[in-house]
Design a protein around this ligand. Structure first.
Ligand code: NAG
Ligand code: NAG
Ligand code: NAG
Length: 381
């Protein structure tokens, strides 16, 4: 009974919040439309005041509104794919290598941003729960929404694959066959664990591909784990972390994923079966065996831990700040703040911008008067 009531309440409030969000977007973009540099005025102009009251719209058209409006919201901030440098919010500067960058244009839908999970995720605050409350959104949902947002801003495809489960190994292994399958349709698959986020929403993956030297030979790129004894492979090298994987489609990449999945059979490698259930599962299999089968540095690129792993709250301890990809291994709750930040940071600046575009209407400068006002003096508001 109580769950029925809750469901009913949610059903009632949902269209109101959708309408509120639509109003906010509309106000922002109506102002944006007047900008001389806007290339999207035709898109914006097609929105009319009438649409604000059209709560009877189908959910399909509401979705396509959001898919138009989100890229427009972030458009003024977009970092170019081949800009020579990127300056982070804390002032750190990252430069592209001297040679001309490989990527000079957006790859758009050639890139898939991929989430994979075997769990139902339909509980309170879960990604597959039909409606959620903001307050009880799980960190897992926040992470996935960050990926979805990031893909929408840059025009990449995004997919969440609810994977079948393995019966012969730990479920973290499922990312291996699912990335392999996705590479049949996409040129680049960027897999991210749900506890990892992209903190710089305006910085495109293509810029990072340039920065990280993703060349035609590259099969995969992954970040190193923190430099600690428990993160070493049999040869004493620091393990790679599979929380963030860039995979580039090629027959050799497919072969690599097949060999990786089959690693635990011990046909090719001695004692890889140990990593069926023992932590760190597919990461250990890759670190101990797979990476030595390929050219390290060109085919398998090892990204630095501080650039693509870890998070600022643990950086002093781990040495990994997570500059471009933030991975909240032990502080999953931070994912919710990270999502908040990747929305409100840009939204706040757009609001401030909009205020200034409308300053003649939104501000009354009464500083040429003195208080108390003299007889006959007035402030017209
Ligand atoms: C990329 O390759 C260039 C040489 O081509 C090298 O100087 C640079 O350090 C590399 N960058 C990274 C981030 O590995
Ligand atoms: C407000 O008006 C005063 C006096 O007229 C002027 O000096 C000041 O620059 C104005 N401030 C703004 C923000 O327009
Ligand atoms: C102050 O400025 C406003 C607008 O610029 C003007 O209308 C008003 O007459 C001014 N008041 C005085 C006391 O100068």
């Amino acid at each position: 009974m109580s769950s029925d009531r809750k469901h009913f309440r949610q059903r009632c409030t949902w269209p109101i919040s959708v309408a509120a969000v639509t109003v906010v977007f509309f106000v922002l973009f109506y102002a944006y439309d007047n900008r001389p540099f806007s290339a999207d005025s035709s898109v914006i102009a097609s929105y009319s005041h009438v649409e604000l009251s059209s709560s009877s719209e189908s959910s399909e058209s509401r979705l396509s509104d959001t898919q138009h409006l989100i890229p427009l919201l972030y458009k003024p901030f977009l970092h170019s794919v081949d800009a020579p440098r990127f300056v982070s919010d804390n002032g750190d500067t990252y430069e592209l290598p001297e040679n001309p960058p490989r990527f000079t244009q957006s790859l758009g839908k050639k890139i898939l941003l991929l989430d994979v999970d075997t769990r139902p995720l339909d509980g309170e605050g879960g990604m597959l729960s039909e409606s959620i409350q903001y307050e009880t959104m799980t960190p897992h949902t926040a992470g996935m929404l960050n990926h979805y947002l990031y893909a929408m801003v840059h025009g990449y495809d995004y997919k969440f694959v609810r994977s079948p489960s393995y019966t012969d190994r730990h479920q973290t292994w499922v990312k291996v066959p699912m990335i392999r399958e996705a590479l049949k349709t996409y040129d680049y698959v960027v897999f991210v664990d749900a506890d990892a986020v992209f903190p710089h929403t305006h910085l495109p993956l293509e810029w990072l591909f340039n920065y990280w030297n993703i060349t035609e030979e590259t099969l995969v790129a992954m970040a190193l784990d923190p430099n600690a004894d428990f993160n070493k492979d049999q040869r004493g090298n620091t393990n790679l972390n599979t929380g963030f994987i860039i995979a580039q489609a090629s027959p050799r990449t497919t072969e690599m994923f097949n060999v990786w999945e089959d690693c635990v059979t011990d046909d090719k490698f001695d004692k890889c079966s140990k990593w069926r259930y023992e932590w760190s599962h597919e990461q250990a299999a890759f670190s101990n065996f797979m990476r030595y089968e390929y050219q390290r540095g060109s085919e398998v690129i090892e990204l630095s831990c501080t650039e693509a792993n870890g998070y600022p709250q643990k950086a002093a301890e781990s040495g990994c700040h997570g500059e471009f990809v933030r991975h909240f291994w032990l502080g999953k709750e931070f994912a919710v703040d990270a999502l908040r930040d990747t929305v409100s940071r840009y939204m706040a600046l757009r609001l401030h911008d909009t205020f200034h575009e409308n300053i003649n209407v939104a501000m009354v400068n009464a500083t040429n008067t003195t208080l108390p006002l003299k007889a006959g003096e007035e402030v017209v508001i």
